[in-house]
Design a protein around this ligand. Sequence first.
Ligand code: C2E
Ligand code: MG
Ligand code: MG
Ligand code: MG
Length: 298
Amino acid sequence: RADLALYQAKNAGRDTLRFYDPQMQAAVSARAALELDMRIGLAQGQFELYYQPQIDRGRITGAEALLRWRHPRDGFVSPAHFIPLAEETGLILPLGEWVLQAACAQLARWARHADLAGLGLAVNVSPRQFHQAGFVAQVLAALASSGAQGPQLKLELTEGLLLQDVEDTIEKMGQLKGYGVGFSLDDFGTGYSSLAYLKRLPLDQLKIDQSFVRDVLTDPNDAAIARTVVALGTSLGLRVIAEGVETEAQREFLERHNCHAWQGYLFSPPVPVAEFEALVRKTNGVDAQDPQDVHDAH
Ligand code: C2E
Ligand code: MG
Ligand code: MG
Ligand code: MG
């Protein structure tokens, strides 16, 4: 453990540091500092969720919740930077639990507003978090204590996670499915899952990785992969969503190949909750989801 090594080195006195490669020593201290900062950040409420709209045939159906860390000194720190370290150190366990609770609390708040009640939330789950012993209980507790409904919650899993312990994976997915919780396979196409294996998992959705979407118009291989994922998902009875859609031409390509759900900068980057809600009201209309409102208006 990096922090332990640093602690021991410090406590053994200056001479001990001589045995460390200075570059390695610097890397170890930087990681230990980051880990400590994350612990403090979690305790002090420096983490928050941003919401990226997911669009289906022109309507916002929900969002992907994406973790943001506002560090008091370093400013915004990217999840690409701190999630891998959190996974390594185990800090992902309290952090992931916080994300689940925050997402469920948000779903419960939306459920109280007619124009936001139908929204769903996709939450990223990392391998260590999913495979910990109490994961199912943790999700159920987050739902129960907030009052959020299972079917509004979707967990995004990666292929690597699914392959780590197949029996544990199937068991946990099955239990959560019993409460209506959905599953999306994130970054699909970048891993190694076999078709036979995909069939055994109670998935609801495949998410085409943004690396294929990026060059879908210029790289015939990426175009073929995107089309194949749509065909595969459709024939397995799964929904398919594309991530990383940045241009109208990409969206049009996907639409033409029967992928109607997408998220990406073309519509909106991940935004704070108030901005997300404003986008929903503007895009879906205040009356659209509530027949009573429509009735009153006439
Ligand atoms: P991801 O789950 O694949 O999320 C998609 C990433 O693509 C997000 O980066 C999002 O901001 C970015 N993105 C969205 N639209 C576009 C676009 O049009 N173009 C481009 N170039 N990028 C786009 P972000 O928010 O930096 O998150 C990076 C990764 O960190 C996520 O990848 C996910 O693996 C992880 N992550 C984020 N939040 C959480 C969390 O709460 N828990 C866990 N375990 N992982 C998380
Ligand atoms: Mg994701
Ligand atoms: Mg993804
Ligand atoms: Mg991705």
